[in-house]
Design a protein around this ligand. Structure first.
Ligand code: HEM
Length: 387
């Protein structure tokens, strides 16, 4: 009997054969282990994303939600409050030019490459993707550098589940609490001494004469840190993996770096880090002969929708000239990622820099150890060497 268990190491290692069976034979499937319906076809996922009144985010959007997040931050609220919150952030983002990050990203990528090029092999996760991501995020939010290792370690831990029990354990909740305490102290300091930085503008922003509550500002700041670190570094790592497994595509990028932006889009479609998010039903819905009841949780398997042959021709082929319009790598609808511009810019600059310095590389280990998470998918280590 077919079983899709989002907690199983087999799904961590290679979800795609499972996704195919789900799409073809069980397009509306109830996972006993996750107590969640799984939608795997592109069209069903896109429809759910645009019908936020039925598929609410207000009960949380992570597959294994952290306590106290639901209803308080961008990814866990519905319109109209969600849109007001999003407008506040967008206002703060627009006060700082995202393009102004290009220089710091290039400097960070160059420094990371300087350090790894001398080595026989290196871990792309700690030495490149996480390092560059931390530089980007700390620059974006103007965070002091002294606590960066703690911020990184706690952000990475908070989005994981225990590798054995596959549940959120007290250590994951404590990591999330640490991030809240950290963000609270930063926000209090910015309130006392506001500057021309994103968090100061965000706290002060008003939409229709209304400010956000302290809880909303706090949880959204933590979300920016969590989403910024895990989604971005995880995606960069998956991109490096895709290019090591597809040397021809990598050679095309070396010959023509202008194709890097297209390759980023194809990687977001083909094999992204942000695989599955969750919604909750506000009413009964019948789909593909199954009755999902009000109050049931529903998983939107973006990683599966991106491989749906009903939407993309030859979906299992990694084709950097594809231009996959409408892919779900950043989600869809009102909750489409707010960091799309930063994610695209940082990844493109990192790989343009890297491939100039290291045009050919291979992975050292064939077997990878995957992060235990039901939402995100990326290897814990990716040992690479230049060839
Ligand atoms: C390439 C890197 C990234 C990927 C693949 C990615 C992916 C995603 C996805 C799939 C969602 C939708 C979640 C849902 O449907 O519930 C999302 C939402 C979000 N992302 Fe990203 N993300 C990336 C980078 C970033 C960055 C750099 C930031 C912040 C600086 C960020 C902040 C957010 C926030 C705040 C949301 C919630 C948006 C809302 O609900 O309105 N992301 N991201």
């Amino acid at each position: 009997m077919f079983v899709f268990d989002p907690y199983s190491p087999q799904v961590d290692a290679d979800p795609f054969p499972f996704y195919k069976t789900l799409r073809d034979e069980h397009p509306c499937y109830f996972s006993e282990s996750a107590k969640t319906w799984i939608l795997s076809r592109y069209e069903d996922i896109a429809n759910a994303c645009s019908d936020w009144k039925t598929y609410t985010s207000s009960k949380g959007n992570l597959m294994d939600e952290l306590p106290n997040r639901a209803g308080g931050t961008l990814g866990t609220t519905d319109p109209p409050r969600h849109d007001q919150m999003r407008a506040c952030i967008q206002h703060a983002f627009s006060r700082r030019s995202i393009d102004g990050l290009s220089g710091p990203i290039a400097a960070s990528a160059t420094a990371a490459m300087d350090d790894v090029l001398e080595k026989k092999s290196f871990d792309f996760v700690t030495e490149v993707s996480t390092r560059v991501t931390i530089d980007v995020l700390f620059t974006l939010l103007s965070l002091p550098r002294e606590n960066e290792r703690m911020v990184r370690d706690n952000a990475v831990l908070a989005v994981q589940t225990d590798p054995v029990t596959r549940r959120k354990e007290p250590e994951h909740v404590a990591a999330f609490q640490w991030l809240q305490d950290y963000a609270k102290a930063i926000l209090e300091e910015r309130r006392r001494n506001p500057g021309d930085d994103l968090l100061s503008h965000f706290q002060a922003a008003e939409v229709e004469g209304q400010r956000l509550t302290d809880r909303e500002v706090l949880l959204t700041t933590v979300t920016l840190i969590l989403a910024g670190i895990e989604s971005l570094s995880g995606f960069m790592t998956m991109f490096a993996l895709n290019l090591s497994d597809h040397p021809q595509a990598r050679a095309q990028l070396v010959a023509n770096p202008a194709l890097t932006a297209d390759a980023v889009e194809e990687s977001l479609r083909f094999n992204t880090s942000a695989q599955r998010f969750r919604r909750c039903l506000t009413r009964d819905v019948e789909l593909h002969g199954q009755l999902m009841k009000a109050g049931d949780f529903v998983c939107l398997a973006y990683g599966s929708g991106n491989r749906d042959e009903r939407r993309f021709a030859n979906p299992d082929v990694y084709d950097i000239s594809r231009k996959p319009r409408g892919h779900l790598g950043f989600g869809s609808g009102v909750h489409t990622c707010i960091g799309t511009q930063i994610g695209r810019l940082a990844t493109r600059i990192l790989f343009e820099t890297m491939l100039k310095r290291m045009p050919a590389y291979e992975r050292v280990d064939r077997e990878l150890k995957w992060m235990p998470s039901t939402t995100f998918r990326s290897p814990l280590r990716l040992e690479l060497r230049a060839v």
